[in-house]
Write a protein that binds this ligand. Structure first.
Ligand SMILES: Nc1ncnc2c1ncn2[C@@H]1O[C@H](COP(=O)(O)OP(=O)(O)O)[C@@H](O)[C@H]1O
Ligand SMILES: [Mg+2]
Length: 399
């Protein structure tokens, strides 16, 4: 009798019952759905992946960061793993959290790691790591050496030789001196393979005046850095005086990356308006340091490439006039102790969107004359040459 009654309900209210079951299932999964829409900091860090991660220096405080989810773009980009950049607040200060790669790139890295350890994917790295120390040291050197004969996709290159690698990483070594050496090596290898930005932020600390965000540390597969401000593109229609200040800070950045360090020249190879942000004092800072060529200025005489002493000038614009985009030759930059690459790349941005030829030339002269008193003879010559070229009109490729 009861069974007959139940059968009747099911027969006549089939759709309603199905809907009820559906709603119940949805409610029971709501937690899972919310978690994938709004992941917690713990989920983002992926700590179990360590030591194949970026470090643990920020782990003790990372839970004090409140993620900001007020922007639909943030949710969409998280869902599709496109940007993997998150914004949050820490002690009422805005900070940026970066996973440093797209989800697919991180997965590709994990597959490579398992392969190196001769394990099937997905593999756990909780194995006696000490026996891999030498191997990871070699892998780091391999990842940052340029091999121009292959299609090299290195994100960080140190060239023309690696002989001063430890000098370059001095600050990084110092910040990590308390960490187990093998874990540290694996952290380093993970960063040079995925994205060296945290290394550059430590090599060129904002605290010493470098035009980059402050680095607050790493926790697993996430890093925390200072929120600088809005992207450069948001300033294209601001007042002329504001744009002059920003343009001047950009030229100053070109000067610093090229000349400030007497041992290394830093050449940014992904200069775009998206990768520059402007702080509240109208100073432009470089916020995406994934791709960089570092030239060792003190190579021994026997390691000097041919033409090393000559200043490199980017002539790609003349060689490929139909290429509207910005292009460069990594090999050429690496084979000269000094390159005009940063000026070329940064001035292109200023010219197109910021000032037009006349004001940029004026600015460059002003900027250079201030700097001329601070730098060596060679570099003075370099800047004077640049200025003469503008006057003679042979270098409209710059500004
Ligand atoms: N430190 C920062 N301060 C302000 N905005 C930032 C900062 N870092 C990243 N952003 C914003 O996030 C965007 C993506 O970050 P970026 O590091 O360039 O990632 P991607 O490698 O995916 O391009 C930037 O274009 C910028 O708008
Ligand atoms: Mg970017």
């Amino acid at each position: 009798m009861i069974l007959h009654y139940v059968c009747n309900i099911v027969r006549f209210k089939k759709w309603k019952i199905l809907m009820l079951i559906g709603v119940c299932a949805l409610v029971s999964r709501v937690n899972v759905i919310l978690q994938s829409l709004y992941p917690s900091i713990t989920q983002l860090t992926e700590l179990p992946k360590c030591p194949a991660c970026y470090g643990v220096s920020a782990c003790h405080d990372i839970h004090k960061i409140d993620l900001i989810w007020d922007d639909i773009n943030a949710i969409i980009s998280h869902l599709f793993g496109v940007k993997n950049v998150f914004f949050g607040t820490y002690n009422q200060t805005k900070v940026v959290l970066k996973k440093l790669a797209h989800s697919s790139e991180l997965e590709a890295f994990d597959i490579t790691l398992c392969d190196i350890l001769h394990l099937g994917y997905p593999c756990s790295v909780f194995i006696p790591l000490d026996r891999y120390t030498a191997q990871f040291y070699d892998l780091i050197r391999k990842a940052i050496t340029s091999d121009f004969s292959k299609d090299d996709t290195s994100r960080l290159r140190l060239c023309p030789t690696l002989s001063h690698l430890d000098d370059l990483f001095y600050n990084v070594h110092l910040n990590n001196k308390h960490i187990n050496p093998t874990q540290y090596l694996i952290n380093l290898w993970t960063l040079v393979s995925i994205n060296p930005e945290p290394l550059i932020l430590q090599i060129l600390p904002a605290e010493n005046g470098w035009p980059v965000p402050k680095y607050y540390g790493a926790c697993g597969r996430i890093i925390v850095e200072e929120y600088v401000g809005l992207p450069l593109a948001d300033y294209y229609d601001k007042s002329w005086i504001q744009r002059i200040k920003i343009a001047s800070s950009l030229l100053n950045a070109a000067y610093m990356f090229t000349f400030k360090d007497k041992n290394f020249g830093f050449y940014l190879t992904d200069v775009s308006a998206d990768n520059i942000a402007v702080d509240n004092e109208n100073v432009a800072k470089f916020i995406d340091l994934e791709n960089i060529i570092i030239v060792d200025k003190n190579v021994s005489q026997e390691d000097e490439p041919k033409g090393w002493q000559k200043i490199h000038k980017n002539t790609m614009h003349f060689d490929f006039p139909n290429l509207n985009c910005f292009s460069y030759s990594a090999e050429d930059i690496c084979n000269h102790y000094l390159s005009d690459h940063n000026y070329y790349a940064i001035c292109q941005k200023i010219k197109i969107h910021f000032l037009g030829n006349f004001f940029t030339i004026y600015l460059l002269i002003l900027n250079s004359s201030i700097q001329i008193f601070n730098i060596y003879y060679d570099n003075v010559l370099f800047l004077i040459l640049r200025i003469l070229e503008y006057f003679l009109g042979s270098s409209s490729r710059y500004c």
